[in-house]
Design a protein around this ligand. Structure first.
Ligand code: NAD
Ligand code: UFG
Length: 339
């Protein structure tokens, strides 16, 4: 049965891929995004790929009046909430901007949902809520310790949603804790378009492969990992997008609030990622070993079994496909959406 879904932050990296999968599944999609870290071009391409469109509203979630107007015009079955600021380093420099945008935006959204009696929500949380884990793979029951303001916004929002579900059993919230999303849609038409110098490994590697950057700096090779470089659970963004559809399908049977990891359960090191990217791009990628990045941990990968048992979802796309799709996007759009 088709649904009407509000997608906040739908013009962004993960949001645009999710909008496409929702349209392909026959859902009606309304996007609100203030375009602070994205462009409307992503949604134009989503419309092209799907053969039908999303309804877009350039709205800041913190603007209660504009958000209310969107809720007045529609009767949503569920909300998928991606909108937020996400750069760890920037959040340490400008914590109030992060708390205001991510927490106020979410509170306005939850209040609007409550007023309009739409209480089914899928939220973008992050493996960052686990901080430096005591052991891997990381299960949802692991202790939560956040290490930076960005991570704390995710933790506080999770707590807010847990409180809301305890106070009113009509709310159903699925808190999806993403591991490391990479890759792009197989068409190469939508993908990750970081503003300025990328913070994350794979966009940096791909920009180096395409000649926009001289070399990758590997942040430390003295970690307690097989090759000394950091190990992460990289997940294809299309698998991640499909995880949101599985979560929406599950919502009617959900009770209260539940946190669910979206990862593959498999970790790869920085050097393994560079080697896989070289293979996909068919060229050498220059790199050198630099110092550790403050705040980084050695190893992080998911116990992905709860998503399998609860949502019937698991990641299907392997490392080769992630790198091939990332390269197709990067080589066809060297400067992202801005030509
Ligand atoms: P993104 O920056 O590409 O997308 C976020 C979108 O939200 C952007 O289009 C931005 O313009 C919009 N936005 C931000 N603040 C807004 C506001 N106040 N009102 C309206 N729109 C606003 O990021 P992404 O990688 O697609 O991430 C989506 C979500 O997933 C974020 O909440 C992020 O924290 C979370 N997440 C991302 C990763 C990752 O590595 N990409 C990992 C874990 C969790
Ligand atoms: N790395 C490098 N060089 C770079 C960038 C990264 O060597 O230029 C290394 C990092 O040290 C780490 C790995 O590559 O070992 C992955 O780093 P990313 O920055 O791509 O990803 P992180 O795991 O550090 O963080 C990401 C998101 C966070 C999120 C976290 C949750 O950026 O927002 O995953 O899993 F919270």
């Amino acid at each position: 049965m088709s649904r009407k879904v509000l997608v906040t932050g739908g013009a962004g990296y993960i949001g645009s891929h999710t909008c496409l999968e929702l349209l392909k599944a026959g859902d009606e999609v309304v996007v609100v995004d203030n375009l602070c870290n994205s462009s409307e071009e992503s949604l134009r391409r989503v419309d092209d790929l799907a053969g039908r469109g999303v309804e877009f509203h350039r709205v800041d979630l913190c603007d209660a009046g504009e958000l209310e107007a969107v809720f007045e015009a529609h009767d949503f079955d569920a909300v998928v909430h991606f909108a937020g600021l996400k750069a760890v380093g920037e959040s340490c420099e400008m914590p109030l901007r992060y708390y205001e945008n991510n927490l106020t935006g979410t509170i306005e959204l939850l209040q609007a949902m409550d007023r309009h009696e739409c209480r089914d929500l899928v939220f973008s949380s992050s493996a960052t809520v686990y901080g430096d884990p005591d052991s891997v793979p990381i299960a949802e029951t692991a202790a939560l310790h956040t290490t930076n303001p960005y991570g704390r916004t995710k933790y506080f929002i999770e707590e807010m949603m847990r409180d809301l579900c305890l106070a009113d059993d009509r709310w159903r919230c699925l808190l999806l804790r993403y591991f490391n999303p990479i890759g792009a849609h197989e068409s190469g038409r939508i993908g990750e378009d970081p503003q300025g110098i990328p913070n994350n490994l794979m966009p940096y590697v791909m920009q180096t492969a395409v000649g926009l950057r001289d070399e990758v700096v590997v942040f430390g090779d003295d970690y307690d990992t097989p090759d000394g470089t950091g190990v992460r659970d990289y997940i294809h963004v299309v698998d991640l997008a499909l995880g949101h559809l599985a979560a929406l399908d599950h919502l009617p049977d959900a009770r209260g609030c539940a946190a669910i990891n979206l990862g593959t359960g498999q970790g790869y090191s920085v050097l393994e990622m560079i080697a896989a990217a070289e293979k996909a791009a068919g060229r050498k990628i220059a790199y050198r070993i630099g110092p550790r990045r403050p705040g980084d941990i050695a190893t992080c990968y998911a116990d992905a079994s709860l998503a399998a048992s609860k949502l019937g979802w698991k990641a299907e796309r392997g490392l080769e496909e992630m790198c091939a799709d990332a390269w197709r996007w990067q080589s066809a759009n060297p400067k992202g959406y801005s030509k």
